[in-house]
Design a protein around this ligand. Structure first.
Ligand code: PMP
Length: 404
C-alpha cells in the first residue's frame, strides 16, 4: 500500500472528528477540568488566590496534608534521598519497603503484600503476569481503566458482565469452557459511581464456577469497614484471592500494592513487568504511607466523621431530588444527562467557591455525564450544609432536580 497523507501518526489528532469534539468544549469548560491548585487546606484548596471548599479529592482521611505525614516524608528524604533510582531487583529493597509491606499485610490481614509504584502499575503488573492468552478474565462493565489495560496487556480473553448484575456474571461464567482458567475482577468501590461491589455473592458465584477473584480496593482501603480494612471488612468477609489497591487515596501518599497468598506474591515479584522494570516507590512516599497507616489505625474518628458526612449528604441530596445513582460511599455522583448542564453546574459551584469535577465518557457511560462529589474526613456538617444550599439553588435554576 502506498503511503497517503493519512499515514502520518499525528493525522488522527488533526482529524475533523477530533477537532470538532475538542471545539465543542468551550475554553472555560477545559479550564474547569484542569484547574491549577496552589495549596491544600483541611477540606479546602486554594486556586488562583481563592480558597475553595474541596469536594473533588480522594484524600478521604485528610492525610495528604497531615503535618505528621509530611514530616515523615521530609525526614525520609534526608536519610534515603529523593529516589531509589531504579527497580528493587537492581538497586535493592530498602528497609522502608519491607516495613511498609509488613504493615500493609497486617492492616489488610492477608498472607503477603508487595508494594508497587502506583495502583495503576499494581493492576497492570498482576493481570499481565497472571493471565495468558488461554485464560479468560471476567470483569464488571464499569471496571477501572487500569484493570481493562492490564487485561489487554496480558492478551487474555476479556468478557464483561453488566454492572453489579449477578445473573449476568453467572451467565458469562457458564458460557466459558469449564477447562479454561478464569479470573473475575471487580472494583471494591466503583470510582465514578460510589457503589460497593457485591463481594460475598461475587466470590461465591466465581468460586462455584472454578474462577479466582481479584478485587481492586483503591477506594475501599482505609475508608470501608469498622477498621478501614476495606470492602471485604465492610461485608464481614475474608479478603478475596487477590487484592490490589492504591496508597494515594485514603493514605494520601503515592504508590500501590497487591496482597495474596505468599506463593502468588513471590511469583509476582519475579514476573510482574511493571514491578521489575520500573523504579520502586520513592523513600518519601514509602515513609509517608507508614505514618498514614499508623494514623488510620489510631484515629478512627476520621473515618467516623467521613461516614457521618457521607450519610448526611446522600440522604439530603436524594430528598432535594438529585440523582445520586447507587452511591453508598464518600464518592457521590450527581448524575446528569446533559453535558452542557453538567458544565453549567460545575461553573455555578465554582463561582460559589466550591471545587467539584465534571466527569465524562470514557470515565463514565456516554449518556450519564456527572458531577462527582467526594468527601473528606476534614469536612464538617456545616460544610455539607453550605454545599447543599448552593446545590439546591443552582439545581432549581438549571432544572436538574428530579420530581420526587
Ligand atoms: N483503581 C481504581 C479503582 C482507581 O480509582 C485508581 C485511581 N484513580 C487506580 C486503580 C489507580 O491508582 P493510582 O492512582 O495509585 O495509580
Amino acid at each position: 500500500m502506498s503511503p497517503t497523507a493519512n499515514a502520518d501518526i499525528f493525522s488522527k489528532i488533526f482529524s475533523r472528528h477530533v477537532q470538532r469534539s475538542l471545539g465543542r468544549l468551550e475554553p472555560h469548560q477545559i479550564a474547569l477540568g484542569m484547574r491549577k491548585v496552589d495549596a491544600l487546606g483541611p477540606g479546602t484548596v486554594v486556586t488562583s488566590g481563592r480558597e475553595m471548599l474541596m469536594f473533588s479529592s480522594n484524600n478521604y482521611l485528610g492525610l495528604a496534608n497531615d503535618p505528621r505525614v509530611m514530616e515523615c516524608a521530609s525526614r525520609a528524604v534526608q536519610t534515603w534521598g529523593a529516589s531509589t533510582s531504579g527497580s528493587r531487583l537492581l538497586n535493592g529493597t530498602n528497609e522502608l519497603h519491607i516495613e511498609l509491606e509488613e504493615q500493609l499485610r497486617a492492616f489488610k490481614q492477608i498472607e503477603k503484600v508487595v508494594v508497587f509504584s502506583s495502583g495503576y502499575m499494581a493492576n497492570l503488573g498482576v493481570l499481565s503476569a497472571l493471565l495468558t492468552e488461554d485464560d479468560v478474565v471476567v470483569i464488571d462493565k464499569l471496571a477501572h481503566a487500569s484493570i481493562i489495560d492490564g487485561c489487554k496487556l496480558a492478551g487474555a480473553q476479556v468478557r464483561s458482565f453488566k454492572h453489579q448484575d449477578l445473573e449476568s456474571l453467572e451467565m458469562v461464567l457458564l458460557s466459558i469452557e469449564p477447562e479454561r482458567s478464569k479470573l473475575v475482577v471487580v472494583d471494591g468501590v466503583y470510582s465514578m459511581d460510589g457503589d460497593f461491589a457485591k463481594l460475598p455473592d461475587i466470590i461465591r458465584i466465581a468460586h462455584r464456577h472454578g474462577a479466582r477473584v481479584m478485587v481492586d480496593d483503591a477506594h475501599g482501603t482505609g475508608v470501608a469497614g469498622p477498621n478501614g480494612r476495606g470492602s471485604a471488612e465492610h461485608f464481614g468477609i475474608d479478603e478475596p484471592d487477590i487484592i490490589t489497591g492504591t496508597l494515594s487515596k485514603a493514605f494520601g501518599c503515592y504508590g500501590g500494592f497487591v496482597g495474596a497468598k505468599k506463593e502468588i506474591i513471590d511469583f509476582l515479584k519475579l514476573s510482574s513487568r511493571s514491578f521489575i522494570y520500573s523504579t520502586s516507590l520513592c523513600p518519601s512516599a514509602t515513609a509517608a504511607v507508614l505514618q498514614a497507616l499508623t494514623i488510620t489505625r489510631e484515629e478512627p474518628e476520621r473515618r467516623e466523621n467521613l461516614w457521618r458526612c457521607t450519610n448526611y449528604l446522600l440522604r439530603e441530596l436524594k430528598s432535594l431530588g438529585f440523582d445520586t445513582g447507587h452511591s453508598e460511599t464518600p464518592i457521590i455522583p450527581i448524575i446528569l444527562r446533559d453535558h452542557n448542564r453538567m458544565f453549567d453546574l460545575v461553573a455555578a459551584l465554582d463561582a460559589e467557591s466550591i471545587f467539584v469535577s465534571p466527569v465524562v465518557y470514557p470515565a463514565c457511560p456516554k449518556h450519564k455525564p456527572r458531577v462527582r462529589l467526594s468527601l473528606m474526613a476534614d469536612h464538617t456538617l456545616a460544610d455539607i450544609d453550605h454545599l447543599l444550599d448552593v446545590l439546591d439553588t443552582q439545581g432549581r435554576r438549571l432544572g436538574l432536580l428530579r420530581l420526587n
